[in-house]
Design a protein around this ligand. Sequence first.
Ligand SMILES: [Zn+2]
Length: 110
Amino acid sequence: MYRTGIGFDAHALADDRPLIIGGVHIAHNQGLHGHSDADVLVHAIMDAILGALALGDIGRHFPDTDPEFEGADSLELLSHVQKMIEEKGYCCENLDSIIIRSGINQGHNN
Ligand SMILES: [Zn+2]
């Protein structure tokens, strides 16, 4: 049985932060503001996967108020999400993503 999820995430650009997108460190004069490593792509992927299985969102599983996730490597969080879906007998077969640089300086702090 197929399930489909749609994920979304946004982070503001910030000085003195690394720019990590999809686990790739990108040389840039700014990075993304956030509690974890602020990997906006991985966050959106996790949200899509969790949503597809009605498991809530990443804020529920990895709250930005929890010091445990401060500076967290989002790929490690994604591994945790992968284990969650495998325990339910699912896997991720297809994934599409779009990354947009917006002039809007808003976002959440994950
Ligand atoms: Zn995020």
